[in-house]
Design a protein around this ligand. Sequence first.
Ligand code: NAD
Length: 263
Amino acid sequence: MAFDYSGKVVGITGAASKVGIGFAIAKKFLESGAKVFICDLNGEALEGAKEELASYGEVLAYALDVSDEQAVEDMFAKAAKAWGKIDIFINNAGIYPQCMVCDMTVAQWETVMNVNLKSVFLCAREAYRYMKEQGGVIINAASYAAVIASAGSGAYAASKSAVYSLTKTLAAELAPYGIRVNGFIPGVIKTGMTQGVVEQKGDELVGAIALHRLGAPVDVANAVLFLASEEASYLTGTFIEVSGGKLCVQNPDFPWKKAKEEK
Ligand code: NAD
């Protein structure tokens, strides 16, 4: 499905990595006619991303920490000043530290909660301030870990479960202002975030996926463009799982083994 986002202004957090989900979302929106502002903690990578994205359309970029209240407020103010409004905002930035819960320091715990959860609160609150007169769409990155937690990344799973819950509350609270709030649940998407875990146990991960392949950032971007579109106008407080059917049954590997035997 081809979408037309001409005249729309879209903000996306965590879009500096050219192999990441945020970058793929930015590229798709630009290709569909939107003006896009992106932000990231990694200023150097952000400049590279901006340069490449600029060949697809108009882009603004802000180097900032998404958990910094003032920096978030400044970004929205600058984007709105430049382009007059904000229509769609994607809370995509996140971190995925691998650590057993009881081995974490309080500082590590707080960093995960700040980057993955507090940022969604800050950016949604700011998006609401700019969207409340005209309506809009907010889309948040949850995770498969919000559905089934994973040993070794408990703080991450807890933060994403909280994003799942917050998305639903925001959907209800912002509905009277014509603002829809939804989210996406990636399974295992090949990005910098998952590189280590894919290298360590790629086959095991693929075995848990009904479609028997890892996802690409563009698979998530396609779902996000749909969620932001008019075609999704009756969707709020919900999530699209982009996981290739990860653990949609307890034994997704079984049909593949069976099919192989039949050949
Ligand atoms: P990624 O690591 O490739 O990209 C995340 C980006 O966020 C990076 O560019 C990073 O610099 C930026 N970032 C980190 N901390 C920040 C901060 N404090 N302020 C601003 N930017 C910051 O990750 P990805 O795989 O593209 O994931 C995107 C989103 O999808 C994340 O929220 C992630 O938790 C979620 N997700 C991804 C997967 C997957 O399989 N890749 C699975 C489930 C959920």
